[in-house]
Design a protein around this ligand. Structure first.
Ligand code: GTP
Ligand code: MG
Length: 138
C-alpha cells in the first residue's frame, strides 16, 4: 500500500467542509492514518511550496495557505497518490469532473480546497515535512 500527503486548505476549513471532504476520501477507500489541524505561517507555507517560488502566483498562494487553519493528513491505500488526485479533481474547478472535491467545493484555481502529493518522491518529502513516524498510525 501507498501513502500520500493531503492538505485541506483554508477555503475549505473556514467553510466547515473538513468532514465532507474526509467522507470523499474514505468512500474512495483511502484511510486517514494521520491528521492534524495547524495554522501555517507565511514562511512555513513558502517552505512547503518552494518548488513554485518562481511562479507568478507564489505570493498569493503562500498568503492564502497562511490565511486560516489547514488540516494536514496522510492518506493510505492501494495506489493512494493517483487515487487521491482522482478524488480531488483538476486544479481548476472549472475543469474538474463531476463528483470530485474541487468540482463540488473549490472556489477558484487558487482557492481549490485540497492539495495532494503528485509522485512517490514528493509524497515522502511532504509527509516528512509535517509528520514524524510515530504520528502515522496505519
Ligand atoms: P496541486 O494538486 O495542488 O499540486 O495542483 P496541481 O499540481 O494541479 O497544480 P500546481 O502544482 O501547478 O499548483 C499548485 C497550487 O498552486 C494549486 O493547487 C493552486 O492552489 C495554486 N495555483 C496554481 N495556479 C494558480 C494560479 O494561477 N493562481 C493562484 N492564485 N494559485 C494558483
Ligand atoms: Mg502540484
Amino acid at each position: 500500500t501507498e501513502r500520500t500527503l493531503s492538505i485541506i486548505k483554508p477555503d475549505a476549513t473556514t467553510r466547515n467542509l473538513t468532514g465532507k471532504i474526509n467522507a470523499k476520501f474514505e468512500d474512495a477507500g483511502l484511510r486517514i492514518v494521520a491528521q492534524k489541524r495547524i495554522h501555517l505561517t507565511p514562511a512555513q507555507a513558502g517552505q512547503f511550496y518552494i518548488v513554485h517560488k518562481d511562479r507568478p502566483f507564489f505570493g498569493e498562494l503562500t498568503e492564502f495557505m497562511a490565511s486560516a487553519p489547514v488540516v494536514v493528513q496522510v492518506l493510505e491505500g492501494e495506489g493512494a497518490i493517483a487515487k487521491n488526485r482522482e478524488v480531488m479533481g483538476a486544479t481548476n474547478p472549472a475543469d474538474a469532473a463531476p463528483g470530485t472535491i474541487r468540482k463540488e467545493f473549490a472556489e477558484s484555481v487558487g482557492e481549490n480546497s485540497v492539495h495532494g502529493s503528485d509522485a512517490p518522491e514528493t509524497a515522502a518529502e511532504e509527509i516528512a515535512f509535517f509528520f514524524s513516524g510515530l504520528e502515522l498510525v496505519g
